[in-house]
Design a protein around this ligand. Structure first.
Ligand code: ASP
Ligand code: MG
Length: 469
């Protein structure tokens, strides 16, 4: 018999009565088609943020935000209860939701008393969102005749105690999944599992990091030897470019794991590569589908794919950056300048997005968020005070605002001429490339351009994603 089908719904896919009704419809269809769904759900969109922000503010002694936050979260769930459950607020799940909301008030008030929000406490608060959405979705399915059962992931996903960003113990998890989840599936039940949260071996609630429901789905799919994973979201899979910037963007039909990793690193809001590694390693196909357009195009993500030679699959951009330039003739052949440069930057807590050094060694350039140059430049000036004095380093300055435009595609590997076509397209559009970087993986080619050139650059490059070379 084919393995179960893991269906994960993001916050916008369960965030309103209409969305949750649609999510339930999709689960019911899969169930009626005999596909043995295992559902994983996020909290209602915005709820995790509201829970965490309220708790953090409470820890500063400001408790006045707790009642309105509670009200708002309650109202969001009430709208769904009223619309989708025949018994409405007489339904037992409504009492469970009240109970969770009480818990939220208690935890937030406790943080106010203690004057601190520990990572462990914040996880207990954050997990409440899914501890409301999953039982609610399970009830909605149940009243529609699907034998759903709500499952708390703390019972089945085991992690270390790295609160807020816990690391799963796959072996312990697999045992729990086989003991507690597999039997439900075999009985023909449809488990609805809380995304995002897990627990230590002692049972203390942890979370898998923001956006962690994808990770939950992936961990469960690997442990269940699922047939497929469908990540339901509010867009048609992964697009060739951000459609707000490039209206002619289309859905990329198939992407490899490496392409996903590069896209995520260079700013595309797709899956975090860490979260899908368990399914990729298990060879389980994963699809990114649109809850609100289930018949529309989607993206299949696979471990490896036959690269189309020369093909650019997608473009991404990170905006509002600065390129910092350390330049001077005295840097030629002097070891340690790069090390000292990046040590100084690291000392400010800034993450460097891209590095480039010309072969003359007369300058080192790197890209950081624009908001950090006020810290980075003085730190570099302090580190290189002597070199600046002696004029070995002439100048430390920032070119801003700039952006990094990245072309991603396995087919760019070992295919001569791709870079030429990319630069040619930009040249023809009159766009100046300030710096270039290509990783050794050759799956991504990044270019720094002026902020004002972002949209023209994307539009000039986009035809490359559509052609079949
Ligand atoms: N609700 C969690 C968050 O907002 C997890 C998720 O949505 O994937 O980060
Ligand atoms: Mg999410």
């Amino acid at each position: 018999m084919a393995g179960p089908l893991v269906m994960k719904f993001g916050g916008t896919s369960v965030g309103t009565p209409e969305a949750m009704a649609q999510a339930a419809r999709l689960v019911r269809q899969a169930y009626e088609a005999g596909r043995r769904p295992v559902v994983v759900t996020s909290a209602l969109s915005g709820v995790t943020d509201l829970l965490l922000n309220t708790a953090r503010i409470a820890a500063q002694g400001r408790t006045e935000h707790i009642p309105p936050a509670r009200q708002e979260i309650q109202a969001r769930h009430r709208a769904i209860v009223d619309a989708l459950l025949p018994q409405g607020r007489q339904d037992p799940v409504w009492f469970l939701i009240q109970h969770r909301l009480d818990r939220f008030t208690q935890l937030a008030e406790a943080m106010a008393v203690l004057g601190e929000a520990t990572p462990r406490g914040l996880d207990a608060v954050a997990a409440l969102g899914e501890r409301m959405s999953a039982p609610l979705l399970a009830r909605v399915l149940e009243v529609q005749g699907v034998p759903a059962v709500s499952v708390d992931a703390a019972e089945i996903i085991v992690t270390d105690d790295h609160f807020q960003n816990a690391v799963p113990d796959m072996q312990a998890t697999r045992q729990r999944v086989q003991a507690h989840l597999q039997p439900l599936v075999e009985e023909g039940r449809v488990p609805v599992v809380t995304g995002f949260l897990a627990a230590t071996p002692e049972g203390v609630t942890t979370t898998l990091g923001r956006g962690g429901s994808d990770y939950s789905a992936s961990i469960l799919a690997a442990s269940l030897e699922a047939e497929e994973v469908w990540i339901w979201t509010d867009v048609n899979g992964v697009m060739t470019a951000d459609p707000r910037l490039v209206p002619e963007a289309t859905t990329v039909p198939v992407l490899s794991y490496r392409e996903v990793a590069e896209l995520a690193y260079f700013g595309a809001k797709v899956l975090h590569p860490r979260t899908i590694r368990p399914v990729i390693e298990a060879g389980i196909p994963l699809r990114v589908r649109n809850t609100f357009d289930p018949e529309g195009p989607d993206t299949l993500i696979v471990a490896r794919r036959d690269a189309v030679a020369g093909r650019v699959m997608a473009l991404t951009v990170i905006q509002h950056l600065a390129m910092v330039i350390v330049e001077g003739r005295g840097m030629l052949g002097v070891p340690g300048v790069a090390a000292r440069t990046f040590a100084a930057v690291a000392g400010t807590g800034t993450s460097v997005l891209m590095i480039s050094q010309a072969s003359s060694e007369q300058s080192i350039c790197f890209v950081v968020p624009k908001s950090t140059t006020g810290d980075v430049i003085p730190a570099l000036e302090a580190t290189f005070a002597r070199e600046l004095d002696r004029r070995d380093i002439d100048r430390i300055w920032a070119m801003e605002p700039v952006a990094i435009v990245t072309a991603v595609g396995e087919g760019m590997r070992q295919t001569p001429g791709v870079a030429g076509r990319i630069f040619g397209a930009l040249g023809a559009a009159g766009i100046n490339i300030i710096a270039i970087a290509q990783g050794a993986s050759e799956v991504a080619l990044s270019m720094v351009v002026a902020q004002e050139d972002v949209v023209p650059a994307l539009r000039a490059l986009h035809p490359l994603t559509q052609e079949v070379p």
